[in-house]
Design a protein around this ligand. Structure first.
Ligand SMILES: Nc1ncnc2c1ncn2[C@@H]1O[C@H](COP(=O)(O)OP(=O)(O)O)[C@@H](O)[C@H]1O
Ligand SMILES: [Mg+2]
Length: 245
């Protein structure tokens, strides 16, 4: 096992789940065995994004209640060799305690190269659970002040939980909109505000959003997927130059 990475953001809708699916798919394509854990109790969505909803029988709440083993909650993703999903409870009241998730993850982590944990938005109890097993964090922001403040808050919370290796993803970047809005001089300003090391900028890309939302494999050559592939390489320690388009 190399890393357990929590994907977080202060605000909802920044693209955490999209990043989990895209980066997880890219890591799996490069030969890694990857477990995606959906931690959004009551609002789970990774199963839809991976086209696997029909196959699901058990989720994390079943493993917690003892209705199944933790291995029973790990599902291979069709058409994505090396990628596996552990689905979140369907019901919001089935919240998972941090230590309990820690134990579940510890029970399966050794058979994976990477575990990516998709956190719910904010810094509530769902976030606490998602962050507990992690040794690294990815904070996803868009180029708007509310989203960036959320990123700052969540990064501070991750550090206070002892997770020091936290990187920034700027998602849904659209140069024209960014310049038209004129809220920031450049992307360096956003990076400085968050005080996080940048790991990648993912462009706004509706072909990727449509493919992922319909549970299909996204085209590897679409701009957002190319950027997420580079992020996956950087997570593996390879040097990939940054380019902003
Ligand atoms: N790079 C992108 N380009 C275009 N749309 C995106 C991109 N990333 C995410 N989206 C869209 O933004 C919305 C929120 O994404 P999602 O991954 O569900 O966010 P979160 O998990 O943070 O709530 C979805 O409609 C998704 O398709
Ligand atoms: Mg989500």
């Amino acid at each position: 096992m190399k890393d357990i990475i929590v994907i977080a953001s202060g605000k909802g809708g920044t693209g955490k789940s999209t990043m989990a699916v895209g980066i997880g798919t890219a890591l799996a394509l490069s030969g890694c065995k990857v477990l995606l854990i959906d931690c959004d109790s009551g609002m789970r969505g990774l199963d839809i994004m991976l086209g696997i909803t029909q196959n699901l029988v058990f989720d994390i709440a079943d493993a917690v209640s003892g209705s199944c083993t933790v291995e029973n909650t790990v599902y291979p993703c069709p058409g994505k060799k090396g990628l596996f999903l552990m689905p979140a409870p369907l019901n919001a009241y089935d919240e998972i305690a941090p230590q309990v998730l820690g134990q579940l993850v510890a029970g399966v982590a050794d058979i994976f190269d990477y575990v990516l944990i998709d956190s719910p938005a904010g810094v509530g109890s769902g976030f606490d659970a998602a962050a507990f097993p992690a040794n690294k964090g990815l904070v996803v922001v868009n180029t708007e002040p509310t989203s960036i403040r959320g990123g700052q808050n969540v990064a501070g919370k991750l550090r206070s939980l002892g997770i020091d290796d936290v990187r920034l993803i700027i998602n849904r970047f659209n140069k024209r909109t960014f310049q038209k809005m004129g809220l920031y001089q450049d992307l360096d300003e956003i990076i400085d505000i968050t005080a996080l090391q940048l790991i990648g900028i993912v462009p706004e890309d509706y072909s990727l959003a449509a493919a992922i939302q319909s549970g299909k494999n996204s085209d590897d050559s679409c701009p957002a997927m190319r950027c997420m592939t580079k992020i996956a390489h950087r997570l593996q320690g390879y040097i990939e130059p940054l380019s902003i388009k």
